[in-house]
Ligand binder design. Structure first.
Ligand code: ATP
Ligand code: MG
Length: 222
């Protein structure tokens, strides 16, 4: 069953002189439980696609069905809830809050959750130990290694139990060994049932995925 169904998607930024057609009729269907590498040249629309899939941005044309519901039918607060609950985001530069410790960084997505504080604490402990960084719980983000930072970022991405993980060059700032460790973690999450899309330029990263989707000039190429 497909969790994401995109047909003939368009995204145009700006207008007139500054108009950029980032997506031009892109179609893509993602099965529940899939793990996809999204590859393609710089500027081909990969991050734009991920942002639209993750409800950070809206398309300017075409059809996006998320779990069989048309994305245009969600209002702003529903979009915000989807971003927070349905998707986990992992990016190249980790986007941690430097002056927060690990625990506080992972707490961020739970800020507005009505769960009891004890449940939140237990959940954070669980994801930190799942990612092998429980002993770093009190460490400041800025004192962590690159690999540890990405683990914290992944912990933060999964603390709300999202169905879908969207990773934009998650290994781009890592050396190849650390990158492989991060991919092992993502692979394990996929085996546990998460649907994962990973933008990457790295064939080794792509080799962890079940499927490669190539994007060129804002659409899927053969
Ligand atoms: N917020 C924005 N405003 C205007 N143009 C944008 C915006 N975001 C992206 N673009 C443009 O849209 C096109 C696609 O950008 P996008 O970031 O999706 O590419 P990408 O495939 O992720 O590239 P890279 O591999 O370099 O990250 C580019 O021409 C880019 O300059
Ligand atoms: Mg990009």
């Amino acid at each position: 069953m497909s969790i994401i169904n995109i047909t003939n998607l368009y995204k145009t930024y700006g207008s007139g002189e500054s108009e950029v057609k980032a997506l031009r009729g892109l179609s893509l269907s993602v099965d529940n439980g899939d793990m996809i590498a999204v590859m393609g040249p710089s500027g081909s629309g990969k991050s734009t696609l991920l942002n639209i899939i993750g409800c950070i941005d809206k398309p300017t044309g075409g059809k996006y069905l998320l779990s069989d519901r048309l994305i245009d039918t969600f209002n702003d607060s529903e979009m915000a809830e989807l971003r927070n609950q349905k998707f986990g985001f992992v990016v190249q530069d980790f986007a941690l809050v430097e002056r927060y410790n690990v625990y506080k960084n992972v707490m961020i997505p739970l800020t507005y959750s009505k769960k009891q504080i004890k449940l939140k604490r237990d959940k954070i402990g669980k994801v930190l130990s799942q990612l092998g960084i429980l002993e770093k719980k009190k460490a400041m983000a800025l004192n962590l290694s690159m690999g540890q930072r990405q683990r914290v970022a992944i912990a933060r991405a999964i603390v709300n139990d999202p169905d879908i993980i969207l990773a934009d060059e998650p290994t781009g700032s890592l050396d190849s060994d650390t990158g492989s460790e991060v991919m092992d973690i993502l692979k394990k999450l996929n085996e546990d049932g998460k649907t994962i899309l990973i933008v990457t330029h790295d064939m080794n990263v792509a080799s962890y995925c079940r499927r490669i989707v190539k994007i060129q000039d804002g659409k899927v190429s053969k």
